[in-house]
Design a protein around this ligand. Structure first.
Ligand SMILES: *Cc1c(COP(=O)(O)O)cnc(C)c1O
Length: 237
């Protein structure tokens, strides 16, 4: 495929996803602007990632820290551009990751929270984070168990971070209606935690290519979309 064709296809994919997000939000009487699309670029190289930004997507999600570092260095000329860390982050990768000033969706332990805060203070930044919740109960899934969140929210006062909400993934192989109910449970959990802890938790990061519509219906404020944006450009995995 020529470069021009590739760009055109990614432009179309981006417009398609934007339209779907918009229609889904309107269908449940939500403001379409209340749902941000995080373009998950983990499948593609810098060139295709750049093509996605040219199409108009200015929030990118990576699940591997090293790829986020490399791409953010290579794409410093793209502005504005916000990075989202959506995969497991080891503490020894926090320092370099914070250079990208990402929002971190995948915080799954108090030790990681503190490590992010300590490093943020050293770097003179404040980092927005989400607590990942294992809502499906899959043993293979990372994230806090739902019951573990309240104590964390009550006790945490790390100054270098702002806990902005929750991140969740539907379990492996779930159909649309099961995914929907898991997302609903995540929103209810968030609502309960806001009441019981008095914390403001506006963000719900949930929904991927296969289930973002269910997530929006359940209240997602950020959807993380990868494969649909690169449809026709890379082979689906
Ligand atoms: C890969 C990934 C996505 C995007 O998934 P698609 O199905 O390709 O849209 C979203 N969230 C996380 C955490 C991921 O690892």
């Amino acid at each position: 495929m020529t470069e021009q064709h590739t760009q055109k296809r990614i432009d179309e994919n981006w417009q398609f996803v934007k339209q779907q997000v918009r229609e889904t939000a309107l269908s449940c009487e939500r403001d379409p602007d209340s749902v941000r699309i995080i373009g998950v670029s983990k499948y593609v190289d810098e060139e295709l990632t750049r093509a996605l930004t040219l199409a108009g997507c200015r929030e990118l999600g990576e699940s591997r820290p090293q790829l986020m570092w490399q791409k953010s260095l290579a794409m410093q000329d793209v502005e504005p551009l916000l990075w989202h860390m959506i995969g497991h982050l080891q503490r020894n990768k926090v320092r370099r990751s914070l250079h990208c000033k990402p929002m971190i969706h995948s915080v799954d332990s108090e030790r990681l929270l503190s490590a992010i805060s300590d490093e943020a203070l050293l770097q003179g930044v404040c980092i927005d984070v989400l607590l990942e919740v294992n809502i499906s109960g899959d043993e293979a899934k990372t994230g806090f168990l739902p019951d573990a969140l309240e104590p964390v929210l009550v006790s945490n006062n790390d100054p270098g971070i702002a806990i902005r909400g929750l991140m969740a993934m539907a379990g492996w192989g779930t159909d649309a209606s099961t995914a929907r109910s898991q997302f609903e449970r995540t929103r209810e959990l968030r609502d309960r935690l806001q009441r019981s802890t008095g914390r403001y938790l506006p963000e719900l990061s949930m929904g991927m290519s296969g289930d973002f519509q269910e997530a929006i219906l359940a209240g997602a404020t950020m959807v993380r979309i990868g494969s649909t944006l690169f449809d026709g450009v890379i082979k689906r995995t």
